[in-house]
Ligand binder design. Structure first.
Ligand code: MLT
Length: 332
């Protein structure tokens, strides 16, 4: 027969093991996940390109998951506020982040970044790619890229470039442009390119690099000046538009990619179910039509996996880190 002290020691060991497990293992998932609304955090203002992708997918995912996917905009600090918020959220499968290249550039841009994008999250899946376009206000006295270059050289830092903060792709594109052209510009930050684009339409800023998901209808309607696309080759949705690379900026290439992240230790059952709904949404005919019309490019299935995101994030972090360091751009 077991003595009281042996029984006590065994119970103590069990309690110790159980509490250790709660610190190291993901929480168990409630039956029937999801049983309530899921929040998808967008790190930029409503109405902008990231928000357009998130809301297009969330509507379809709501139907397949049987619970509302609520899009929450938490703009600020080039997307890093939202990423920090999701990193600290409960790892229960009810909070996700959709973010872009900013997850790869922030470590080089922010000296005090409160998270490590590669180790402090569950990497759920890549989402979709989006080309960028270089635009000017309608009354800018330049009608094509060579004229824009001449105007920029003449104006120097009197040129205002709108962007969505350090970590935003509009900022990254502007930084690469500044390096390629060798002209200093005045940068004007907004909470997202939704408001930055409104400032361009209103003539309050001169130029903006922004994603086709927001800019395509405006380019087609001629409400802005359009100087080229940032991809390595021409894009289907704007077939006549030359790339910046073919107009003299050799090797210029900025393409926006997106990933879905969850707080570290979110149960795998939850992230897998969310990812399955995402993959199905990306094949939904209404999503395919809308995203295609807006110039977005669907990525191969291999990228719609945790490893597909993890390895791409690592690769992009290694690509942009040295570029940003050599540009000497950072936030304290
Ligand atoms: C946005 O959604 O506002 C953009 O993705 C911001 C950016 O330029 O990165």
């Amino acid at each position: 027969m077991m003595s009281t002290s042996v029984r006590f020691a065994r119970r103590l060991a069990l309690v110790a093991l159980t509490s250790l497990a709660t610190f190291t293992a993901p929480l168990a998932l409630a039956q029937g996940y999801p049983t309530k609304a899921i929040t998808l955090v967008v790190p930029f203002a409503a109405g902008g390109p990231t928000d357009i992708v998130a809301r297009t997918l969330a509507g379809v995912m709501t139907k397949s998951l049987g619970q509302t996917v609520v899009v929450e905009n938490r703009a600020g600090a080039g997307g890093t506020l939202a990423a920090g918020h999701v990193m600290r959220a409960a790892p229960d499968g009810y909070t996700y982040l959709i973010h872009h290249n900013g997850m790869a550039t922030a470590p080089a841009l922010y000296r005090k970044l409160p998270y490590n994008p590669q180790t402090d999250f569950e990497h759920v899946s890549q989402v979709i790619d989006v080309p960028m376009t270089l635009l000017g206000r309608k009354d800018l006295p330049a009608n094509n890229f060579p004229e824009l270059l001449a105007y920029m050289k003449a104006q120097g830092d009197k040129i205002n470039l709108a962007h969505a903060g350090l970590g935003a792709v509009s900022h990254l594109c502007g930084m690469v442009l500044r390096q390629a052209v060798g002209v200093d510009m005045t940068t004007v930050p907004y909470q997202g390119t939704g408001p930055a684009f409104q400032a361009l339409l209103g003539g309050q800023v001169d130029i903006l690099c922004d994603q086709t998901t927001q800019t395509t209808p405006h380019i087609k309607a001629g409400t802005v000046k359009f100087f080229g696309v940032t991809t390595a080759s021409r894009i289907k949705v704007l077939p006549d538009a030359p790339t910046l690379a073919e107009q003299g900026l050799k090797g210029f290439e900025v393409v926006v990619w997106h990933g879905i992240y969850a707080p570290k230790n979110t149960p795998k059952d939850a992230t897998e179910k969310f990812a399955a709904a995402l993959r199905a949404a990306l094949k939904d005919p209404t999503v395919v039509q809308r995203m295609t019309e807006l110039g977005a490019e669907f990525v191969p299935d291999a990228k719609l996996t945790p490893e597909g995101l993890r390895s791409w994030l690592k690769q992009e972090t290694e690509r942009w880190g040295p570029v940003i360091k050599s540009a000497g751009v950072y936030a304290d």
